[in-house]
Design a protein around this ligand. Structure first.
Ligand code: HEM
Length: 144
Protein backbone atom coordinates (compact mmCIF):
# COMPACT_ATOMS: atom_id res chain seq x y z
CA UNK A 1 0.00 0.00 0.00
CA UNK A 2 1.98 2.91 -1.35
CA UNK A 3 -0.25 5.59 0.25
CA UNK A 4 0.18 4.06 3.75
CA UNK A 5 3.96 3.93 3.37
CA UNK A 6 3.95 7.59 2.36
CA UNK A 7 1.61 8.53 5.24
CA UNK A 8 3.83 6.75 7.75
CA UNK A 9 6.97 8.37 6.36
CA UNK A 10 5.27 11.75 6.69
CA UNK A 11 4.13 10.88 10.25
CA UNK A 12 7.65 9.84 11.27
CA UNK A 13 9.30 12.96 9.88
CA UNK A 14 6.69 15.40 11.24
CA UNK A 15 6.56 13.74 14.68
CA UNK A 16 10.34 13.84 14.91
CA UNK A 17 10.34 17.49 13.80
CA UNK A 18 7.78 18.38 16.52
CA UNK A 19 9.74 16.45 19.15
CA UNK A 20 13.24 17.70 18.40
CA UNK A 21 11.91 21.19 17.59
CA UNK A 22 10.16 21.45 20.97
CA UNK A 23 13.26 20.26 22.81
CA UNK A 24 15.46 22.70 20.86
CA UNK A 25 13.08 25.53 21.73
CA UNK A 26 13.20 24.65 25.43
CA UNK A 27 16.97 24.26 25.59
CA UNK A 28 18.08 27.06 23.28
CA UNK A 29 15.34 29.68 23.71
CA UNK A 30 13.20 29.26 26.81
CA UNK A 31 15.80 28.26 29.38
CA UNK A 32 18.27 31.07 28.57
CA UNK A 33 15.43 33.61 28.30
CA UNK A 34 14.08 32.71 31.76
CA UNK A 35 17.47 32.46 33.47
CA UNK A 36 17.41 36.06 34.68
CA UNK A 37 13.95 35.75 36.28
CA UNK A 38 13.19 34.75 39.86
CA UNK A 39 12.50 31.06 40.55
CA UNK A 40 8.91 31.91 41.46
CA UNK A 41 8.10 33.75 38.24
CA UNK A 42 9.80 31.25 35.92
CA UNK A 43 7.98 28.36 37.65
CA UNK A 44 4.64 30.10 37.19
CA UNK A 45 5.39 30.84 33.55
CA UNK A 46 6.59 27.32 32.80
CA UNK A 47 3.58 25.79 34.56
CA UNK A 48 1.26 27.92 32.43
CA UNK A 49 2.62 26.42 29.21
CA UNK A 50 3.42 22.94 30.47
CA UNK A 51 0.09 21.23 29.72
CA UNK A 52 0.09 22.35 26.08
CA UNK A 53 3.79 21.56 25.77
CA UNK A 54 3.27 18.05 27.13
CA UNK A 55 0.34 17.44 24.76
CA UNK A 56 2.54 18.45 21.84
CA UNK A 57 5.57 16.46 22.95
CA UNK A 58 3.60 13.35 23.94
CA UNK A 59 1.79 13.50 20.59
CA UNK A 60 5.20 13.66 18.89
CA UNK A 61 6.40 10.64 20.89
CA UNK A 62 3.27 8.62 20.03
CA UNK A 63 3.60 9.50 16.31
CA UNK A 64 7.31 8.62 16.34
CA UNK A 65 6.69 5.22 17.93
CA UNK A 66 3.70 4.24 15.74
CA UNK A 67 5.41 5.25 12.49
CA UNK A 68 8.78 3.86 13.66
CA UNK A 69 7.25 0.42 14.29
CA UNK A 70 5.55 0.55 10.89
CA UNK A 71 8.89 1.50 9.28
CA UNK A 72 10.53 -1.50 10.95
CA UNK A 73 7.84 -3.80 9.56
CA UNK A 74 8.29 -2.20 6.14
CA UNK A 75 12.07 -2.21 5.85
CA UNK A 76 13.23 -5.02 8.12
CA UNK A 77 14.33 -7.50 5.45
CA UNK A 78 15.51 -5.13 2.78
CA UNK A 79 17.15 -2.29 4.70
CA UNK A 80 17.37 -2.82 8.44
CA UNK A 81 18.57 -6.41 8.97
CA UNK A 82 21.50 -5.90 6.52
CA UNK A 83 22.53 -2.78 8.48
CA UNK A 84 21.71 -4.13 11.91
CA UNK A 85 24.47 -2.40 13.89
CA UNK A 86 23.54 1.06 12.63
CA UNK A 87 19.83 0.39 13.12
CA UNK A 88 20.28 -0.92 16.68
CA UNK A 89 22.45 2.09 17.58
CA UNK A 90 19.74 4.40 16.20
CA UNK A 91 16.99 2.54 18.07
CA UNK A 92 18.75 2.50 21.45
CA UNK A 93 19.63 6.21 21.19
CA UNK A 94 16.11 7.10 19.98
CA UNK A 95 14.51 5.30 22.92
CA UNK A 96 16.96 7.05 25.27
CA UNK A 97 15.87 10.41 23.80
CA UNK A 98 12.18 9.58 24.38
CA UNK A 99 12.91 8.48 27.97
CA UNK A 100 14.95 11.64 28.71
CA UNK A 101 12.20 13.91 27.37
CA UNK A 102 9.46 12.10 29.31
CA UNK A 103 11.55 12.22 32.52
CA UNK A 104 12.39 15.91 32.09
CA UNK A 105 8.76 16.96 31.63
CA UNK A 106 7.14 14.55 34.11
CA UNK A 107 5.11 15.90 37.04
CA UNK A 108 4.06 19.41 37.90
CA UNK A 109 6.26 20.39 40.80
CA UNK A 110 9.21 20.84 41.54
CA UNK A 111 10.11 19.77 37.98
CA UNK A 112 8.13 22.74 36.66
CA UNK A 113 11.22 24.93 37.06
CA UNK A 114 12.75 24.99 33.56
CA UNK A 115 16.20 25.42 35.14
CA UNK A 116 15.91 22.47 37.56
CA UNK A 117 18.53 19.69 37.29
CA UNK A 118 15.83 17.33 35.94
CA UNK A 119 14.98 19.74 33.14
CA UNK A 120 18.64 19.74 32.13
CA UNK A 121 18.08 16.19 30.85
CA UNK A 122 16.62 17.98 27.83
CA UNK A 123 20.09 19.13 26.78
CA UNK A 124 21.14 15.47 26.49
CA UNK A 125 17.87 14.74 24.72
CA UNK A 126 18.69 17.39 22.12
CA UNK A 127 22.29 16.24 21.55
CA UNK A 128 21.32 12.57 21.27
CA UNK A 129 18.29 13.45 19.12
CA UNK A 130 20.55 15.15 16.59
CA UNK A 131 22.85 12.10 16.57
CA UNK A 132 19.76 9.94 15.88
CA UNK A 133 18.84 12.15 12.91
CA UNK A 134 22.35 11.69 11.45
CA UNK A 135 22.22 7.90 11.96
CA UNK A 136 18.74 7.73 10.39
CA UNK A 137 19.81 9.77 7.37
CA UNK A 138 22.84 7.47 6.96
CA UNK A 139 20.60 4.40 7.24
CA UNK A 140 18.27 5.79 4.62
CA UNK A 141 21.17 6.61 2.26
CA UNK A 142 22.29 2.96 2.37
CA UNK A 143 19.22 1.80 0.48
CA UNK A 144 17.79 4.77 -1.41
C1 HEM B 1 14.40 10.64 18.62
C2 HEM B 1 13.65 9.82 17.94
C3 HEM B 1 13.78 9.57 16.44
C4 HEM B 1 14.32 10.35 15.46
C5 HEM B 1 14.97 11.74 15.61
C6 HEM B 1 14.16 9.62 14.20
C7 HEM B 1 14.55 10.11 12.97
C8 HEM B 1 14.36 9.44 11.79
C9 HEM B 1 14.61 9.99 10.47
C10 HEM B 1 15.10 11.41 10.20
C11 HEM B 1 14.37 9.01 9.57
C12 HEM B 1 14.51 9.09 8.04
C13 HEM B 1 13.12 9.17 7.49
C14 HEM B 1 13.04 9.28 5.98
O1 HEM B 1 13.96 9.81 5.34
O2 HEM B 1 12.00 8.90 5.45
C15 HEM B 1 13.96 7.83 10.30
C16 HEM B 1 13.66 6.62 9.73
C17 HEM B 1 13.32 5.49 10.45
N1 HEM B 1 13.04 5.42 11.80
FE1 HEM B 1 13.25 6.91 13.13
N2 HEM B 1 13.57 8.42 14.47
C18 HEM B 1 13.32 8.34 15.82
C19 HEM B 1 12.72 7.30 16.49
C20 HEM B 1 12.44 6.06 15.96
C21 HEM B 1 11.91 4.94 16.69
C22 HEM B 1 11.55 4.96 18.19
C23 HEM B 1 11.80 3.90 15.80
C24 HEM B 1 11.32 2.52 16.02
C25 HEM B 1 10.36 2.18 16.85
C26 HEM B 1 12.28 4.38 14.51
C27 HEM B 1 12.36 3.63 13.36
C28 HEM B 1 12.74 4.11 12.13
C29 HEM B 1 12.85 3.29 10.93
C30 HEM B 1 12.65 1.76 10.87
C31 HEM B 1 13.21 4.15 9.89
C32 HEM B 1 13.46 3.76 8.42
C33 HEM B 1 14.96 3.62 8.26
C34 HEM B 1 15.31 3.40 6.82
O3 HEM B 1 14.71 4.00 5.94
O4 HEM B 1 16.25 2.63 6.60
N3 HEM B 1 12.64 5.71 14.65
N4 HEM B 1 13.95 8.12 11.64
Amino acid sequence: MEWLNLLMRWLHLSSVAVLIGSVAFLVLVLRPALAAQSTESRRNFFLSLKIRLKMLVHGGIAGTLISGLYNIHLGWRTALAPNLEVFLAKLVLALAVLALVIAALAGRSPGSDPLSPRSRLLTWGLVLGLVVVVLSAYLRSLHS
